[in-house]
Design a protein around this ligand. Sequence first.
Ligand code: SAH
Length: 326
Amino acid sequence: MSEKPFSGDTPEPPPSSRPERSGAPGSIVEREVSDGSRSSAASPLVRDDGAERDKAEPFTAPPTGSLTIVGLGPGPAQWLTPAAQAAIDAASDLIGYGPYLDRIPARDGQTKHASDNRVEIDRATHALRLAAAGKTVAVVSGGDPGVFAMAAAVFEALEAGDPAWLSLPIAIEPGVTAMLAAAAKAGAPLGGDFCAISLSDNLKPWEVVTARLEAVFAADLVTCLYNPISKARPWQLGTALELAARHRQAQTPVIFARAVGRPDEAMRILTLAEAIEAAATADMATLVIIGASSTRLIARPGDVAPYVYTPRSVTKSPCATSQGRT
Ligand code: SAH
């Protein structure tokens, strides 16, 4: 657990409560002037550039930049909120996974810092250091930044990092997350209670994933699966769908929504039995929605996909609606 200089929601602690910290990487170190006076508005602080050193206890002064964690949505520009666009436009520095940064047209005076997809905490720490050094930083994330993405990584780095970073203005601009985009394309599958689970076991044991899946299937929730499959773990989606089949009928609708909003978008509406067979055809650009017991289809005339929806009203308990086979 990192050292906490103060608690509560005070944005900036009183100077006397500041910890003795200086020289943290990337931070701007400032010091109180030698007479210890803080009442003078003229120069309560001077930069630690050697010009005015004092004998008082050093402390890390409030950082001067800002950090916004921006959701880009699933892909198309029209699914980017105006507020997210404004945060991108205002940034001096953009940080993110390379393909996400590529989606943002470069503007004069902006610096892009691309990274690969496996170093979220490093990327978050880098962003905090740049903001502490006075930059207007935007960290970009696909979909919503709070859903299995960079916002949590920033707060993890904040919690473990330089206490001076706690004074930084940090804002989150939400984005359209994949499950909402996928649901909107299919109809209203999330009309009733639902949940989202990442099948990736990079950050949690697979046993935790399966225990949570068992619980949500037993509770008869519509279940959205992020990170359903990868080359390193091609079997997990199939296993998750087989677990679902212990609680749901074979005809339960399952949606494979791939690359929603992008040119290569592919929406497939399957039964649970078909989805088990087709599990290996999903990939990391796919969002899977497994229906609850009440999720159903409305057929449409012609060669068009049916609507998928889950009614809002529920009359039976999960025990009664769970269609267990074991
Ligand atoms: N922050 C993102 C999710 C990151 S986890 C968001 O809010 O959407 C990455 C997973 O999101 C992918 O494996 C996939 O399951 C899903 N995903 C992201 N973009 C998608 C899209 N355009 N279409 C379908 N699924 C997508």
